[in-house]
Design a protein around this ligand. Structure first.
Ligand code: AMP
Ligand code: ZN
Length: 498
C-alpha cells in the first residue's frame, strides 16, 4: 500500500478558491508544472522562497509514493520591458555578452543557489528558446480555432471572443474582462490590438531585437505566456495535475496560459492551481524591478543593511518553511535569528532519531501512554502535511517529537518501555520529515575555517620547537594525527593534509 492511499491529501486550489481533496489523473503518476525563473539577472531571495515551497510539494508528493514528473521551465525569451525591449537582450548589451550567454550565466547561478538551498532538480527543465517550433504550432492552432488574429506580422489572442464563448476567462484571477488592465509587457503595439484585453502570442521583431526566429507570420519571437502553455503540454499532456507559481503570476500570466491552452487544445491545462505567497522586505514585496531585494549570497555573507550577520542556507530554508506557503512572510533580522535557534533545535535531535532507525530493544513492560503519544505524533506529521502542505504545523509537531527524542537520549531507561517497532517508526518519521520532506540537512563543515585553526596550531608548534619544548610540539602533532590531520615539515615550512 502506498502512503497516499492511507493519507488523503487536500490542496487549496486557486481556481476554486477552496481546499479540495486531491485526485491524481493517473496515479501513481503526477504531472507538476512550476513557472521557473527569468534568467536575466541573479535570483533574489523572494524567488528562492517560491522555489523552496514547490520543492517541498515535489518532495512530499514523492514521499507519499507518487511518481512525480516535475517540470520547471527557464524563461530566456519573450520577457519584455515596457518599451518593448527584451530583458535578456538589454542585459546582454550592458554586460557585452550574447543574450544566450546571459541566459546561461544566470541559469548556472540559479542552479547553484538551488543546490545550496538543497532543492531537488526538476525532472525536466525546458528552456523557452529551445521550444520555438512548439510555440509556433500552438499559435497556429489558436488561429485555426478562431482565437488568434494576425496584424502586421504579430499575432494576438482574441480575449473578448474567448471570454464570450466560454466561462473560463477570469476564473483564476477573479477579474472580469472589462476591468482588465492593459498588459504592460505588450504596451508597445497597443494600436494593433482589436481590443485592449487581447495579448500578444507572437511578436514581430523590430530592427534592434536580436532574439528572433522565422515563423509563418514574421521574423519574431513568442509572447511570454506562450512558453508555459507549449512546454507543459509537450511534457505533461493537455491536462495534467498541478500547476504552480508565485501569486503574482496569477494575472496575467496564468490567466492567459489557461486561455491559450483552451484556445489551442480545447481544455484547461491543470486540475489544481497552487500559488505561493510573496516574501516581503520591510513590509513590501521583494521585487527585482523595484530594487527592493536581497540576493541569497548577501544573506549568506551578511552583506546587507537589513541584517546584522550572515545566515546559513538551512536557517533560511527553515525560516521559509515556518510559514505556510500561502501566507506572506516578512524577512527581518529578528525572524532569522529565531529561525537559527529553531533550526538548531530540530537538527540536534536528528542523530538521536538516526540511531533509533536501527534500534532493537526488548521492551519488558510496554509504556502504553508514551507509545500512543509517539504514534499520534508520527501520524500528525502526515495529517499536517496533507492539509495543503502545512509545513508550519508540521514543524510544530516535529518539535514535540524532538523533545521525546531528547528525553530518550537523556534517560535511556525509557527505551525499555517501547517496542522496536515504535522506536523505528519514531526514528524514521523524524528523519523522513526533517530531511526528505522539509529538505533540511546538516550544514557541511566549513573546512576553510578548520584550515585557519590548523594553521594556528602549526604556528604554536613552531614556537614550542623554537623554545625546545619538544614535548608540547610532539603533543600537538600527535593529537592532530589522532584527529586525522597529518602535518609534514619540509624545506618550505610545515604543511598539513586532512
Ligand atoms: P521571475 O524570475 O520574476 O519570473 O520569478 C520567478 C518566480 O519567483 C515566480 O514564480 C514569481 O512569482 C516568484 N517571485 C517573484 N517575487 C517574489 C517574492 N517577492 N516572493 C516570493 N516569490 C516571488
Ligand atoms: Zn509560466
Amino acid at each position: 500500500m502506498r502512503k497516499y492511499e492511507k493519507y488523503p491529501l487536500y490542496i487549496h486550489n486557486s481556481l476554486s478558491r477552496s481546499k479540495e481533496l486531491f485526485k491524481a489523473i493517473n496515479p501513481p503518476h503526477i504531472g507538476l508544472y512550476v513557472c521557473g525563473p527569468t534568467v536575466y539577472s541573479d535570483v533574489h531571495i523572494g524567488n528562492c522562497r517560491t522555489f523552496v515551497s514547490f520543492d517541498v510539494v515535489f518532495r512530499y508528493l514523492s514521499h507519499l509514493g507518487y511518481q512525480v514528473r516535475y517540470v520547471r521551465n527557464i524563461t530566456d525569451v519573450g520577457h519584455l520591458l515596457d518599451d518593448g525591449e527584451d530583458r535578456m537582450a538589454k542585459r546582454a548589451k550592458v554586460e557585452q555578452l550574447e543574450p544566450m550567454e546571459i541566459a546561461q550565466k544566470y541559469t548556472n547561478g540559479f542552479h547553484k543557489v538551488m543546490e545550496i538551498f538543497n532543492t531537488l532538480p526538476p525532472s525536466i527543465e525546458p528552456q523557452a528558446s529551445g521550444h520555438i517550433p512548439e510555440q509556433i504550432e500552438m499559435v497556429q492552432a489558436i488561429i485555426d480555432n478562431g482565437y488568434g488574429y494576425e496584424k502586421n506580422g504579430s499575432v494576438y489572442f482574441n480575449t473578448r471572443k474567448f471570454a464570450s464563448d466560454s466561462s473560463v476567462y477570469g476564473n483564476l484571477s477573479g477579474r472580469v474582462l472589462d476591468d482588465l488592465l492593459q498588459e504592460t509587457r505588450t504596451l508597445k503595439n497597443q494600436d494593433e490590438k482589436e481590443d485592449p484585453a487581447d495579448f500578444a502570442i507572437w511578436m514581430k521583431a523590430d530592427d534592434r531585437h536580436i532574439m528572433r526566429w522565422n515563423s509563418p507570420w514574421s521574423v519574431g519571437f513568442p509572447g511570454w505566456h506562450l512558453e508555459c502553455s507549449a512546454m507543459s503540454t509537450k511534457y505533461l499532456g493537455k491536462t495534467f495535475d498541478i500547476h504552480g507559481g508565485g501569486s503574482d503570476l496569477k494575472f496575467p500570466h496564468h490567466e492567459n496560459e489557461i486561455a491559450q491552452n483552451n484556445g489551442a487544445c480545447g481544455c484547461s491545462p491543470a486540475n489544481y492551481w497552487m500559488h505561493s505567497n510573496m516574501l516581503l522586505l520591510n513590509g513590501k514585496k521583494m521585487s527585482k524591478s523595484d530594487g527592493n531585494t536581497i540576493t541569497p549570497h548577501q544573506l549568506f555573507d551578511g552583506n546587507s543593511e537589513h541584517i546584522s550577520k550572515g545566515y546559513d542556507p538551512m536557517t533560511i530554508r527553515f525560516f521559509f518553511l515556518q510559514a505556510h506557503y500561502s501566507s506572506t512572510l516578512d524577512l527581518s533580522d529578528t525572524a532569522l535569528q529565531a529561525a537559527e535557534k529553531g533550526y538548531k533545535r530540530l537538527l540536534n535531535a536528528l542523530p538521536i532519531a538516526e540511531r533509533l532507525k536501527d534500534a532493537s530493544v526488548d521492551g519488558k513492560t510496554v509504556d502504553e501512554e508514551l507509545t500512543q503519544k509517539i504514534k499520534d505524533l508520527c501520524n500528525q506529521c502526515y495529517i499536517e502535511m496533507c492539509n495543503d502542505f502545512n509545513t508550519a504545523k508540521t514543524m510544530a509537531v516535529l518539535f514535540e517529537i524532538s523533545s521525546i527524542l531528547n528525553e530518550i537520549d537523556q534517560n535511556p531507561k525509557l527505551l525499555t518501555g517501547l517496542t522496536t517497532e515504535t522506536l523505528v517508526e519514531l526514528g524514521e518519521t523524524y528523519v523522513g520529515f526533517v530531511e526528505d520532506v522539509l529538505g533540511l540537512k546538516k550544514e557541511a563543515e566549513d573546512t576553510s575555517k578548520i584550515g585557519d585553526v590548523i594553521e594556528i596550531l602549526i604556528q604554536l608548534r613552531q614556537e614550542a620547537r623554537a623554545n625546545k619544548n619538544w614535548a608540547l610540539s610532539d603533543q600537538i602533532r600527535d593529537q592532530l594525527l589522532a584527529s586525522g590531520i597529518t602535518i609534514k615539515d619540509g624545506k618550505d615550512g610545515t604543511t598539513f593534509s586532512l
